[in-house]
Design a protein around this ligand. Structure first.
Ligand code: HEM
Length: 215
């Protein structure tokens, strides 16, 4: 039987392709969007990471989610630095969540509060993605809008505390393989991961509508 880390990756593969090739992501990676669209996207990430990271102190002692809580992953401080750079020092006063973002953040917050195994699905979907495809997005953002390499504007994608991302991802998959859940609960985690991908795609769809290409 496949390991759990293989199962969750395989099960979400199709939706990964869908997210990756969404109009908004394609336009972003293709360098066709303005910095305003990138800033708007970064604002949406703030709400998601606020939900992912505001309950970490409590989750750290949870037997299922606890092993996944690593300080070197925390993204909120970097997101706030990026937003101050992108929107200026008053970034908080103009920050708003799209309805799709609100729904995503609410689901994460619900899992964080009520269902630690479901929280793991959201944790995996975001952080392993940020460590992987996130690096492609960073590279594209640096080239398109001229941010300093790994500097202000793209700090969200820079994991200062992770020297070797490949090794970290290997260890992360080992954590997934050792997750303390029975088979039924593992199936529920996989289903929640698919839901997490769908929530991300919904945010991309909304952003795509807000930033259509005139061409
Ligand atoms: C343009 C956007 C994206 C690109 C180019 C991209 C690219 C990649 C690549 C190349 C990998 C494989 C890395 C490896 O095996 O080490 C990966 C893995 C992953 N990506 Fe993405 N990705 C994108 C968007 C997303 C999004 C939107 C999500 C979810 C929010 C996501 C979640 C993940 C996850 C969870 C993995 C880890 C899969 C695993 O090994 O278990 N990605 N991505």
């Amino acid at each position: 039987m496949d390991s759990f880390s293989t199962l969750i990756r395989t099960a979400s593969h199709e939706q990964h392709v869908e997210a990756e090739t969404s109009t908004f992501m394609s336009d972003l990676l293709g360098g066709r969007l303005g910095m305003d669209a990138y800033a708007r996207y970064t604002e949406q990430l703030w709400f998601v990471y606020e939900a992912l990271e505001s309950g970490t102190e409590r989750l750290a002692s949870d037997p299922v989610a606890g092993p996944f809580i690593r300080p070197e992953l925390l993204r909120l401080p970097s997101l706030e630095q990026d937003l101050a750079h992108l929107r200026g020092p008053g970034w908080r006063t103009t920050l708003t969540a799209l309805p799709a973002t609100r729904a995503y953040a609410e689901r994460v917050a619900h899992c964080a509060a009520e269902w630690p195994a479901g929280y793991v699905a959201h944790h995996y979907t975001r952080y392993l993605g940020d460590l992987s495809g996130g690096q492609i997005i960073r590279d594209r953002a640096e080239r398109t809008w001229g941010f300093p390499r790994k500097g202000d504007g793209v700090r969200f994608y820079v994991f200062e505390g992770i020297r070797n991302p490949a090794a970290f991802k290997r260890e992360y998959r080992e954590l997934l393989d050792g997750v303390r859940a029975d088979d039924l609960e593992k199936q529920r985690i996989v289903a929640e991961c698919k839901r997490a991908f769908a929530l991300n795609t919904a945010v991309f769809r909304a952003l795509g509508e807000e930033f259509p290409l005139s061409a």
